[in-house]
Design a protein around this ligand. Structure first.
Ligand code: PLP
Length: 285
């Protein structure tokens, strides 16, 4: 596999960054994951715009190659013969040579830019989309700037492990009784035909898939309400689902052991998945 590191395309065994890199020492880095279907990028512009925003919120410089990112993504797809899968991109504040809480002077340190591909044949035909997934709920103890896509992923990773230990697939995070989002996805419920998902704020990541799915839902005359919902409301919902760049729209059929509806994906989530995949493929670049 060929990996991109700071301007070079390298065999993965030669792709390295410094031990002083601030993403390694301080989780001082941001990332994006873009899906690839049929060799084309899904929602690329959205991911690029969010990357720019994450960098700005953290006073991080744009990498020199920022304007070439589309070309770099495409080159990695070409070099790795990627048909279906994803491209992971990470920018860190760089490596200053010493471990220090103070940000290094941007005149002296350049951001680190790394991209690599992960192949997932048949990504869009995931069997889980037919059966739906099971989630547990856990307390949301993450920091208060979840709108910035940082590489501080230890708690989401622990949450996923707790879910697996409980025989489930993923975890929903709950704060003051309200669902914020999933470990690596946005969370939705459906009640009486209405799609309900938490409003945008610093409490959740502004999902690129979320934005597209809500737009398509409204265009299809489906009713959408952006507001916080409680865990109890979710357990009493007709349907639930999650969205993310790598899972698209994925039905949720069980929350904390409580079965939703008849335990199979309902009508809304599968329909949204189909619309999202159709439209995204049409617009893929
Ligand atoms: N929420 C969190 C915490 C995430 O990590 C992610 C994606 O990784 C999402 C939501 C979904 O965002 P997107 O649709 O842009 O992948």
């Amino acid at each position: 596999r060929t990996v991109y590191v700071n301007g070079d395309y390298l065999p993965e065994e030669d792709a390295k960054v410094s031990v002083f890199d601030r993403s390694f020492l301080m989780a001082d880095g941001v990332y994006e994951v873009t899906s690839v279907l049929g060799g084309k990028l899904i929602d690329f512009d959205g991911h690029l715009a969010r990357l720019e925003r994450s960098l700005g919120e953290l006073d991080m410089q744009k990498p020199e190659a920022f304007d070439d990112l589309l070309e770099i993504h495409r080159e990695l797809v070409r070099r790795n013969d990627l048909e279906d899968g994803m491209i992971y991109l990470q920018v860190s504040r760089g490596s200053a040579g010493d471990r220090d809480f103070i940000f290094p002077d941007p005149k002296e340190v350049k951001p680190t830019l790394v991209l690599f591909t992960q192949s997932k044949p048949g990504l869009a035909d995931s069997p889980a989309a037919k059966t739906g997934i099971k989630v547990i709920s856990i307390e949301d103890i993450r920091w208060g700037r979840r709108d910035i896509k940082t590489v501080q992923l230890l708690y989401p990773s622990m949450g996923k492990m707790m879910a697996i230990k409980a025989g489930c697939d993923d975890a929903w995070l709950v704060e003051d009784g309200f669902v914020t989002e999933g470990t690596s996805n946005n969370a939705y419920i459906v009640k009486d035909g209405k799609i309900i998902t938490r409003q945008l704020s610093n409490d959740i990541l502004h999902g690129i898939t979320r934005a597209a799915v809500l737009r398509f839902a409204r265009e299809a005359q489906m009713e959408v309400e952006e507001r916080s919902f409680t865990l109890d409301e979710a357990k009493a919902a007709d349907e639930a689902f999650i969205t993310s760049a790598s899972q698209f729209v994925m039905p949720v059929v069980e929350i904390d052991g409580v079965t939703l509806g008849d335990g199979a994906p309902g009508k809304v989530a599968p329909r949204l998945r189909e619309i999202y995949l159709d439209e995204s493929l049409k617009n893929a670049i």
